[in-house]
Design a protein around this ligand. Structure first.
Ligand code: MRU
Length: 364
């Protein structure tokens, strides 16, 4: 389940499934330069925090591999430029910076380790190693999603309805997915789950992407307008909520797609568990609370227009924050590949960060 080719390294460049065209067209685009990878991320041809991280790592590797620099001294400033261009694409998903750093840190290490060798040999060693590292980031991402699935699946009902917001599936990662990976794992373990997908205005990741990819796996899915879940919760028609995350602060506050906070507050009011599934690379130990997470503001046209048609009168004000922050007090558990995190999140995250097993909940 869930092995949709969101992105992959090919001899021609980095190939992306164009998510702006789904669900009506399955079209692929190949980025042949790191600048094109940056455009693909900025224009949301690829999106979702883990996929953005893998794309950034591949963009860096592509830039290094395709560089015509004839010495490490000439390549090094180019690598700084690549990192800056890719870092300037989307500010909220911390995985972007993590993916850049994976290649950047390796590059710096290799520059030191190869010092003294002939320049052509140094460049060959560096290029081969960064490409291998980017492919490793890709492979690890799929394995991480599968592990989160195994760790989290027992939290979901064996028979019931699960609400999700945005797309935290195979399309937001190298494959399988984070929140939808946990749903997939539960279904693979025999659970009978009906997914409710918030449409997720304004970009419609839920209606376009979540519904598309779950139906590929024959997981029953119903799309809701974003203002419907409260009424369904009140009617007892939702047993759990599971979402992904773009950045999780050290205290457990969760930045995710705009509208997540509303769902979390409603879930708490109705006594419904609210789960977050995210790889450890989404946890930002440098950011103390959600107040420190930068929130991307996107183009007003995403709100004013739908399918190219203007929906709002000229001259009205428009808000378009792409993400919101859900305070940790609304989160029942955070599922990572390292284990489950429970409140108090500041303590459980710090313990997991330092590798202390005693505060980690073991998998069922
Ligand atoms: O703007 P997007 O589509 O990149 O936003 C994606 C989300 O908010 C996802 O829910 C988030 O990245 C989690 S995916 C693991």
């Amino acid at each position: 389940m869930g092995m949709i080719p969101t992105l992959e390294w090919t001899d021609a460049g980095v190939r992306f499934l164009d998510q702006t065209k789904l669900p009506l067209e399955e079209v692929y685009v190949t980025a042949t330069t790191y600048e094109e990878v940056a455009t693909v991320i900025r224009d949301m041809i690829v999106r979702g925090a883990p996929a953005i991280g893998v794309s950034a790592a591949m963009g860096m590797a592509l830039g290094v591999d395709r560089s015509t620099a004839t010495s490490v001294d000439a390549l090094s400033p180019e690598v700084e430029t690549m990192a800056g261009v890719l870092a300037g694409t989307r500010p909220t998903a911390v995985n972007l910076f993590w993916g850049i750093a994976r290649i950047h840190d390796l590059y710096k290490k290799l520059v030191q380790e190869t010092a003294g060798k002939p320049e052509a040999e140094r460049l060959r060693i560096i290029k081969d190693a960064v490409v291998t590292e980017a492919e490793q980031v890709y492979t690890e991402d799929i394995a991480t999603c599968r592990t989160m699935g195994r760790i989290g699946e027992h939290l979901l009902p064996r028979h019931g309805t699960v609400l999700t917001h945005c797309n935290a599936g195979a399309l937001c990662a190298a494959g399988y997915g984070t929140a939808l990976g946990v749903i997939r794992a539960a279904v693979e373990a025999g659970a009978d789950i009906h997914v409710l997908a918030d449409e997720t205005r304004p970009y419609l990741q839920g209606a376009r992407l979540t519904a598309w990819e779950l139906l590929q796996d024959n997981i029953p899915t119903t799309v809701l307008c974003d203002n419907m879940s409260g009424a369904l919760m009140r009617q007892g028609r939702i047993q759990a909520v599971i979402v992904g995350a773009d950045r999780i602060a050290a205290n457990g506050d969760v930045a995710n797609k705009i509208g997540t906070y509303t769902v979390a507050v409603l879930a708490k009011e109705h006594g419904i568990p609210f789960f977050v599934a995210a790889p450890w690379s989404t946890i930002d130990m440098e950011t103390a609370t959600g107040d420190g997470i930068p929130i991307e503001q996107r183009n007003a046209r995403e709100v004013t227009h739908s399918n190219g048609k203007q929906m709002t009168p000229d001259g009205c004000g428009i808000e378009n924050p792409a993400f919101d922050v859900t305070p940790a007090k609304y989160v029942t558990a955070i599922i990572t590949e390292r284990g489950l995190l429970r409140a108090p999140f500041g303590e459980s995250i710090a313990a997991m960060s330092s590798g202390q097993p005693q505060l980690m909940e073991q998998t069922a």
